[in-house]
Design a protein around this ligand. Structure first.
Ligand code: ADP
Length: 190
């Protein structure tokens, strides 16, 4: 079933947490655009532009791409999605400074996030899933680093959005259909 309408969601999860899979499902269900920061950045890296070459180096190490590059590449994509009636942001904002800047931009454009979905998955499950996936940045060493980056840089977002009353925390260690059902049941009424 597709339910049309303005809805603005943010997915937060550790690497391997399933935010890409669930983000795509929610976007399809609600007829809104799925915006994956990782994919936007990987596309730029593949294009081999000067910014893309920089992006590739950070991604290969499992480090966060500098904010300036992230905002330059993501702002136009997110703005276009707003004009088309909503989005599921997957992976951006990913740090407290990014969230604060994004909220400032949002206030100026009169754009408000409806909910932030946090998929909670135990670390051993994350590592297992990532090793099975084997993307270029899914080597054991880089995975360990990305999990530490998540704990330090992204985890603070969970309290930030909980304090704002928009956090929807879901058990991400279930079959994909059950996770989707849990999220949909707990989204704010529209
Ligand atoms: P995962 O969540 O499995 O790490 P993503 O595709 O979301 O996969 O991200 C892959 C990489 O892209 C990250 O390790 C990071 O280098 C970069 N990246 C994605 N989103 C951001 C962001 N908002 N800020 C900085 N770097 C980002």
């Amino acid at each position: 079933m597709t339910v049309e309408g303005e809805l603005k969601l943010l997915m937060v999860a550790a690497p391997g947490g399933g935010k890409g899979t669930q983000g795509e499902r929610l976007a399809a269900k609600f007829g809104i655009q799925h915006v994956s920061s990782g994919e936007v950045l990987r596309a730029e890296a593949s294009a081999g532009t000067p910014a893309g070459r920089e992006v590739a180096a950070y991604q290969q190490r499992g480090d966060l791409v500098p904010d300036q590059i992230v905002f330059d590449l993501l702002t136009p994509v997110v703005t276009a999605a707003v004009a088309r009636g909503g989005y599921v942001l997957d992976g951006f904002p990913r740090t407290l400074p990014q969230a604060i800047t994004a909220a400032d931009i949002g206030r100026r454009l009169d754009v408000i996030l409806d909910a932030v979905v946090y998929l909670n998955v135990p670390e051993p499950v994350l590592t297992q899933r990532l090793l099975a996936r084997a993307r270029a940045d899914d080597t054991a060493e880089v995975i360990g680093h990305r999990l530490r980056v998540f704990a330090e840089a992204t985890r603070p977002l969970i309290d930030y959005y909980r304090d704002r009353g928009i956090l929807v925390e879901v058990d991400g260690d279930q079959p994909p259909d059950s996770i989707t059902a849990d999220i949909v049941a707990r989204l704010p009424p529209r």
